[in-house]
Design a protein around this ligand. Sequence first.
Ligand code: GLV
Length: 388
Amino acid sequence: MEDVRPAASLRAPLRLPHKALMGAGPANAPPRVLHASAQPLVGHLHAEALRVMDDIKDGLRYAFQTTNPVTLCLSCAGHGGMEASLTNLLEPGDVAVVAVNGHWGARASDMVTRHGSRVVKLEAPLGQPVTLEAAEEAVSKHRPRLLFLVQAESSTSVLQPLEGFGPMCHKYGTLLVVDTVASLGGTPLWTDRWELDVVYTGSQKVLNAPPGLAPITFSPRAMQRITSRQKPCSVYYWDIMQLGDYWGCFGNPRKYHHTGPVSLFFALREALAILAAEGLTASLRRHAEAAARLHAGLQRLGAEFLVPDPRHRVPTLTAFSFPNVDLQAVARTAMTRHGVELSGGLGPTVGRILRIGLMGVNASEDAVDNVLSVLEDSIKNPILTNKL
Ligand code: GLV
């Protein structure tokens, strides 16, 4: 006799509806990507899996626009990219300057402190990026180990310009870490050209693979810092020296670190193959055009953008509100009546905005026109209570 009986709900096979994922992510994955994850399992150190990992490294170097040998995936959500960057670069007592203009900068600051390092917050109002001048003032004053920036602060949809920040940091011996979770593939990002030292993203946003992988790349400068640490990285799971050997980045025989999620690797490999086939330049253009169409449509509907300056709006995600409209009811109606996900706010913007994501396959004229007409209907005829 078993002590615990199986739940009745587990008797039926799993069935899920199709939804248009037009929020902050995950975005929809194309069938080719989903089918790839249903390929037969192979051992995570079998030749087939290692070949897929090599394809992923090549695909990521293309997406990140880098020749960095240490380019790989962490087996975790994009959030783990933040944790791994900070844990590998910082040691107790180090200083990190963190740009804070929304949820993700605030989270990175919290992490820095938890690691026993000192954070200097470089604050900007919600909806505005930090300026190069303000960053240089902080970096020249505090001479931090690293400067942390978020390219697409998804809680506000502000676009952080990055050009010039790398050379500025390097003038002071500081490394530049950039979060591109909500932007990579749909927003211009040139790791080598802009001298970025650590860049990470998430598999589930513009890349259109399922959640669960955090692609990351380390410049030779960042690796030099890591190899000259006084003590090894304090968290084994994030240790890039160990992970680099698992991913074959150092020219050594592959070494077991953890059991990689091979089915997710298959999916990401296909997602990167789709990006390579379209071409990054074409993908960037498509995202820019879709965003322009969305912004024009939102303006017609009377939306107020959280980011007032159109040059500072990230193409992959747009935050807005409508005066005197119940935004929660709008999101509920879009989902219930139309199967379309719109995101609400995050962190400091909770309850204040809606967010529409145009990520990967969802950055198309059809998807934009559909989400605008769903939005219009949901504003005009909202479902007003939670009792459906
Ligand atoms: C998650 O990334 C979000 O912005 O909601």
